[in-house]
Design a protein around this ligand. Structure first.
Ligand code: 13P
Length: 250
């Protein structure tokens, strides 16, 4: 199955306006594989300026979160229609930092996914286990339940748009990476589970990205795994050179 290859960056709460625009510009102008979809996960205040900088290029922009509400009195929140109105096409939903620091539950994430898909935007849905779960050896069941709780209500056209990112929490920002075998084992288990939940067509179509200390030095090995369709990259996406090297690692 020829799935999309995706290099997605997640800038998290980093950069100033000038740094954000410069980073997008340097990445846009760099030499990139043309069969890889590039997505930059930009902080809300800078998305509009970054989109303007990227206009006419093949580099896409993702929001890092969205509200589960349409509009109204929700101070500090950002709706999917706001995100859509500035021209962004992707939203990262359910990052472990949102789950852990902002108490986002599977039920809330299911609602956010619905809003994102209703607006015609593409969700990058994150899942992944904490260290104690990995140590107990129950990581596959843990991540399967995240998928079941957040995705079960989606229809086939919705699922055809979905991107999943597996990000083991113990590998995020720690410098510790899942081995290619650990990543492949989980991605394969998730793909089999998607087949059980939905269908073989859906399971073989959905791109599953790996996230957790992806760097130019390990991206090739990870992306060579059969069920790893790319990366969701934090720290190494904050330098144009290193994110370009990751993009060129397929
Ligand atoms: P790092 O690449 O910095 O480990 O972050 C991964 C991540 O959380 C991407 O969403």
């Amino acid at each position: 199955m020829n799935r999309l290859k995706i290099a997605a960056g997640n800038w998290k709460m980093n950069t100033t306006l000038n740094e954000a625009v410069q980073l997008a510009k340097d990445y846009k102008n760099g030499s990139r594989a043309n069969n890889v979809i590039s997505i930059l996960g930009v902080p809300f205040p800078f998305m509009h300026a970054v989109l303007a900088e990227l206009e006419g290029s093949d580099v896409h922009v993702a929001a890092q979160n969205c509200s589960e509400h349409d509009k109204g009195a929700f101070t500090g929140e950002t709706s999917v229609s706001m995100i859509k109105s500035i021209g962004a096409n992707y939203i990262i939903i359910g990052h472990s930092e949102r789950r852990e620091y902002f108490g986002e539950s599977d039920a809330l994430l299911a609602a956010k996914l619905t809003k994102c898909l209703e607006a015609g935007l593409t969700p990058i849905f994150c899942c992944g286990e904490p260290l104690q779960v990995r140590k107990a050896g129950t990581q596959v069941d843990y991540v399967k339940s995240q998928l079941k709780n957040a995705l079960s209500h989606l229809s086939t056209p919705d699922l055809e748009k979905l991107i999943i990112a597996y990000e083991p929490i113990w590998a995020i920002g720690t410098g510790e990476t899942a081995t290619p075998q650990q990543a492949q084992d989980m991605h394969k288990a998730l793909r089999e589970y998607l087949e059980e939940l939905f269908s073989i067509e859906i399971a073989s179509h959905i791109p599953i990205l790996y996230g957790g200390s992806v760097k130019p030095a390990n991206a090739k090995e990870l992306f060579a795994c059969e069920d790893v369709d790319g990366g969701l990259v934090g720290g190494a996406s904050l330098k144009a050179d290193s994110f370009l090297a990751i993009n060129n690692s397929f």
